[in-house]
Design a protein around this ligand. Sequence first.
Ligand SMILES: Cc1cc2nc3c(=O)[nH]c(=O)nc-3n(C[C@H](O)[C@H](O)[C@H](O)COP(=O)(O)O)c2cc1C
Length: 167
Amino acid sequence: MSLDPQKFRSILSHYPTGVCVITAMTARGEAIGMTVGTFTSVSLDPLLIGFFPDRKSTSWSEIAAAGRFCVNILANDQEWLCRKFATRERDKFAEVVHRLSENGQPILDGAVAWIDCSLYAVHEAGDHYLVLGQVEAMALASERVASPLIFFQGKFGQVASIETPLA
Ligand SMILES: Cc1cc2nc3c(=O)[nH]c(=O)nc-3n(C[C@H](O)[C@H](O)[C@H](O)COP(=O)(O)O)c2cc1C
């Protein structure tokens, strides 16, 4: 059996993810951020979330230094934000409307929800890190159910139906 990394990427691309932008404020007062598809909920006690930044990510090292960050769950009309925060552009916040949370982290306008976190733990995980954040504050942007952006097989999409409950 071949265990080639490209085949691994291709097979794993059959698993859809949501898309988030992890934002933070540096000590210099500069807003920074990076797109991730690896966000997940982890623990209820304490409230923990996780995601996996690449070891080569320049944004991640600055977010780690800040020790706090905000997870912004992108809505289906925010593909442009996903693309913008997936670049190595210096000022990714140019033309991005945002406000600051009570903890001082950037909240992107129009995101489905935001989750403000303090850095809980960082574990080495091959060429990535496993980052755990402890939830300090969180909110849905709106009472109406907003449809999230979905990433699947290298393409953007949205949820077709959320009509069927689990039980
Ligand atoms: C849909 C999507 C999901 C991504 N998920 C991740 C991820 O989970 N972890 C990661 O390190 N990079 C991920 N990236 C790539 C980063 O967004 C990109 O490499 C990063 O922003 C590079 O900028 P930086 O050097 O400023 O960190 C993703 C990109 C896209 C388009």
